[in-house]
Design a protein around this ligand. Structure first.
Ligand SMILES: [Zn+2]
Length: 242
């Protein structure tokens, strides 16, 4: 379970830890192939060529100042991710619309910062060759992007940080990371329960006979719990975010 912070001005769950949990059912090893591709595309010392997975690319196929063979796709040099995606759509490796699924959990949740999931579907496998020209030498490094879905998870509100990329051979996928918009509070002594949702601090009781309360008025924050809001109860209320 991801860490929940219970403090005077903070009731939140670690976005980063929820990402680690959400990517557990994905292959992050293969997911790295996608980040290697994106990094190479942004790198100014390298040219990136795309071919079928079984095509063997020799240095003589891609000499400097020469257009590549027809079965080799040259990616935009120092291209941005969306330009690369457009290029791959054109070559039929990615689906046209939508090429990327996106989910934005920056609002109405209990996350401690913005969280984003993006998924790119690769329809047919391809090889990405990263080519560096050093004097007369042409250096080639290759990776294979398997068909399937690559899920890119990042956090941040102003500046985003990618925390992980997961791969699964199925597509389309439902974006992971559900369960951060409902907070359950439960008193260990009187067993009363309350629920709040969409990032709200207003806790409604499970039973009509009990009173609602606001987390803003909670007291004695300690060890992930607060004092039970019921005046006659001296118990502690713990939280679960689901
Ligand atoms: Zn209680």
């Amino acid at each position: 379970m991801a860490t929940i912070t219970v403090a005077r001005h903070d009731l939140s769950i670690s976005a980063r830890e929820t990402i680690t949990e959400a990517l557990r059912r994905f292959d992050t090893q293969q997911g790295n192939a996608w980040s290697d591709l994106m990094r190479a595309l942004a790198c100014q010392e390298r040219a990136v060529f795309i071919t079928g997975p079984d095509r063997f690319l020799r240095p003589s196929d891609v000499p400097l100042y020469t257009a590549p063979p027809v079965d080799v796709l040259e990616m935009p040099w120092r291209g941005r991710a969306h330009e690369a995606v457009t290029c791959l759509i054109g070559a039929g490796y990615l689906p046209g619309e939508p090429a990327m699924l996106r989910r934005n959990d920056a609002h109405d949740t209990y996350l401690d910062t913005g969280r984003f999931f993006e998924a790119a579907t690769v329809l047919k496998p391809f090889k990405a060759a990263f080519v560096a020209y050093e004097g007369t030498r042409t250096l080639i490094e290759e990776i294979v992007l398997r068909a399937g879905t690559y899920v890119i998870a990042s956090t941040g509100l102003v500046r985003r940080t990618i925390h992980g990329i997961g791969y699964t051979k199925v597509y389309p996928v439902t974006l992971p990371g559900e369960g951060v918009s409902l907070a359950q509070a439960e008193c260990r002594a009187c067993s009363r329960r309350w629920w709040a949702k969409d990032g709200s601090w207003w806790f409604r009781p499970e039973h009509a006979r009990d009173a609602p309360w606001s987390y803003a008025a909670a007291e004695d924050h300690r060890d992930g719990t607060v004092a039970c809001p019921v005046p006659s109860c001296s118990g502690r209320v713990g939280f679960r975010i689901v």
